[in-house]
Design a protein around this ligand. Structure first.
Ligand SMILES: C[C@](O)(CO)[C@H](O)COP(=O)(O)OP(=O)(O)OC[C@H]1O[C@@H](n2ccc(N)nc2=O)[C@H](O)[C@@H]1O
Ligand SMILES: Nc1ncnc2c1ncn2[C@@H]1O[C@H](COP(=O)(O)OP(=O)(O)OP(=O)(O)O)[C@@H](O)[C@H]1O
Length: 283
């Protein structure tokens, strides 16, 4: 069935652990991380145009139109596929930027999958993930849509099936620059690789945490407060901090106590992203 207009979710991700194994010659870091999605995210609406223009109608604080990952993803896909159609795009943005929950990467992936569908390009996931990697290290996992153990710079993915608890995610009001954390001289870069799958329980450390907590008192404070109730972890290079709970009621209870002074939200962990669940429903 050919569609004119499509609204798709763009979920957040968490890094349930993150080990840094070394630094490559190009400055990028070899890492091992476990990605899981949240049933929480932005919503992007796409509508076909009569001309070839790509236009994002929603303004973003501090992100010029052509630098937005949504626009970059759409332009690259249009160029590389030779498509002559254009697109109008609107986004309902709720994910914090620079929060380590992958909002920009997820928006890029939702754009690639949405336009592949609307423009009827017939690209397979491998091709979309390879294009996605040129936009950011985290784009491929959102294109694949399954919880995964990631290696390399984050692009070598093996599906995993971690538990799917409810999470309380705290959002300290600071934006952490990923590049700044990866260039900190104090960052641990020599964690030995994990060689068994699935990742053994107990491997929940994030090597970026000491550096981020040292630089950002707001993140330190969130870790201390949440740590009174459950294991408090950092996702990606922060700033978001999260903890798992066996039920929504328990996550809500702690949320009510902590969100008096901090911003946060409760969401279910999910091994199949809500973007892929929606797309499966369309096919
Ligand atoms: C650390 C993670 O958040 C884990 O999910 C991601 O791998 C970061 O992914 P991202 O934000 O999409 O990162 P990119 O936009 O690709 O890179 C931002 C900057 O982080 C550094 N960077 C990123 C990924 C990586 N494996 N090694 C790095 O050193 C590089 O300086 C790069 O310029
Ligand atoms: N559509 C977009 N959504 C969010 N940020 C975008 C977008 N396009 C470009 N950006 C830029 O990318 C930066 C990083 O945004 P993003 O939300 O992906 O950070 P993050 O959650 O820390 O990601 P990661 O976990 O992948 O490091 C933003 O500060 C913004 O300047």
């Amino acid at each position: 069935m050919s569609l004119e207009k499509l609204t798709l979710p763009s979920p957040a991700k968490l890094n349930l652990m993150l080990h840094i194994l070394g630094r490559r010659e190009d400055g990028y870091h070899e890492l091992q991380t476990l990605f899981q999605f949240l049933d929480y995210g932005d919503e992007i609406t796409f509508a076909l145009r009569d001309d070839a223009e790509i236009r994002l109608h929603t303004e973003f604080d501090g992100v010029p139109h052509d630098s937005n990952l949504i626009v970059k993803a759409a332009k690259k896909l249009q160029e590389q596929s030779g498509c002559t159609q254009g697109i109008d795009i609107w986004i309902d943005k709720i994910l914090p930027m620079g929060g380590g929950i992958g909002g920009g990467s997820s928006n890029a992936a939702t754009t690639l999958l949405g336009l592949n569908h609307l423009w009827q390009l017939g690209w397979d996931e491998d091709r979309l993930a390879a294009l996605g990697l040129t936009l950011g290290a985290d784009v491929p996992v959102f294109v694949r849509g399954h919880a995964a153990f990631a290696e390399g710079v984050g692009e070598k993915l093996t599906p995993e099936y971690p538990e799917e608890p409810w999470y309380l995610v705290l959002v300290p009001q600071v934006s952490v620059s990923t590049a700044e954390i990866f260039s900190d001289p104090l960052l641990t870069r020599d964690t030995p690789p994990i060689k068994v799958r699935p990742v053994p329980k107990g491997n929940s450390r994030n090597d970026c945490l000491p550096v981020v907590a040292r630089r950002y008192p707001e993140v330190r404070n969130a870790l201390n407060l949440l740590g009174k109730f459950t294991e408090a972890k950092l996702t990606g290079t922060g700033s978001c901090v999260f903890g798992g709970f066996p039920s929504k009621a328990e996550a809500d209870k702690v949320s009510a106590l902590l969100t008096e002074t901090l911003t946060g939200f409760v969401a279910k962990g999910s091994n199949v992203s809500m973007l892929h669940r929606k797309l499966q429903g369309l096919l």
